[in-house]
Design a protein around this ligand. Structure first.
Ligand SMILES: [Zn+2]
Length: 313
């Protein structure tokens, strides 16, 4: 199968929780679709009762062990107890690579991946918990669902790359336009054939943005326009499926922008947050987190949310 051939088929556009689905108007590949990614490390959600409780925080079991007993009851429980969507970058070239990283681990996973071309992969029913971001109170995954958005963050920079030890910047300016140069082995892994991963915005001559996140200066190129369009639709869709995930992002009325450090009320906040907002480390002994990084366009997301809430009011 080539990545481009499957794209011409009718594309699914719905996400799923306990058998309920919502059309979000963006391309979605489910775990059991052809070309889908099946979450390798699901866990039982302690706040829900429609599964074998032995699956809560137990080592990974075979896929068939994860059965939802009564989907109707399960959906009601899920709606009541899940109130955060957490945005991450995956420090990968593309979602295919992100999935390999999850598979190589005994505990990592995320309900969604968002690829460079705007394809959303849902890896399991939202009923299940994934260990994507414990947050400073260590129980954050119970109340949340997660999306890992393809972006290398500072690993794209020659001077800062430490995981991949890249020998040159991974973005290059071609005909006046910045572009992520995918290594050969990932080029056929996107659903859109020959996709050009162009950052939605670029900063002056150098292209990448830099801002301090939880004490660290984070330098990174922007997500693609396709990723922004899909993540906005994902948020709107999730809100319809799980309404306690409000169309709200952290916002500081004094500075009129979204802070990038861990927020005070992180465990109570109902809405869409970054991993950086829930995990500052230090007090909890967990590693501090910087994603979705310095560049993520929170104000664009917020504007879309305001537009939507005005419409439905
Ligand atoms: Zn993260």
């Amino acid at each position: 199968m080539t990545s481009s051939s499957s794209h011409s088929q009718t594309t699914r556009q719905s996400i799923v929780a306990c058998g309920q689905s919502v059309d979000i108007g963006a391309p979605v590949v489910l775990w059991n679709d052809k070309g889908g990614f099946n979450c390798p490390n699901k866990r039982g959600r302690e706040s829900c009762s429609q599964h074998d409780p032995a699956l809560d925080d137990a080592p990974t079991q075979p896929h068939k062990a994860y059965q939802i007993l009564d989907p109707k009851v399960a959906y009601e429980e899920l709606k009541q107890t899940v109130y955060q969507l957490i945005l991450h970058y995956d420090v990968c070239y593309c979602s295919w690579q992100c999935h390999q990283v999850m598979k190589d681990s005994s505990f990592k996973g995320s309900q969604f991946y968002l690829d460079l071309d705007g394809t959303i992969y849902q890896t399991c029913d939202l009923y299940w918990k994934t260990n994507t971001g414990p947050s400073d109170d260590r129980i954050g995954n119970i109340r949340s669902v997660h999306v890992e958005m393809a972006n290398l963050s500072w690993e794209a920079l020659k001077e800062e790359s430490d995981l991949y030890q890249v020998t040159g910047n991974q973005y290059r300016k071609i005909n006046g336009q910045w572009q992520l140069i995918l290594p050969e082995k990932y080029r056929d892994k996107l659903r859109t054939g020959d996709f050009k991963a162009v950052p939605a915005r670029s900063h002056k001559q150098r292209g990448y943005f830099s801002r301090r996140v939880n004490g660290k200066m984070v330098r990174m190129w922007d997500f693609t326009e396709e990723q922004y369009q899909s993540v906005i639709k994902l948020c709107l869709g999730i809100n319809r499926l799980l309404p306690k995930i409000k169309l709200k992002v952290p916002y500081d009325n004094k500075t009129c922008r979204t802070p990038l450090d861990r927020i005070k009320n992180f465990s109570k906040f109902s809405g869409v947050l970054g991993h950086c907002h829930i995990q500052g480390g230090i007090s909890s002994g967990l590693r501090q987190k910087y994603d979705p990084g310095s560049v993520f366009n929170w104000s664009r997301l917020r504007k879309e949310f305001l537009k939507e809430t005005r419409k439905t009011r």
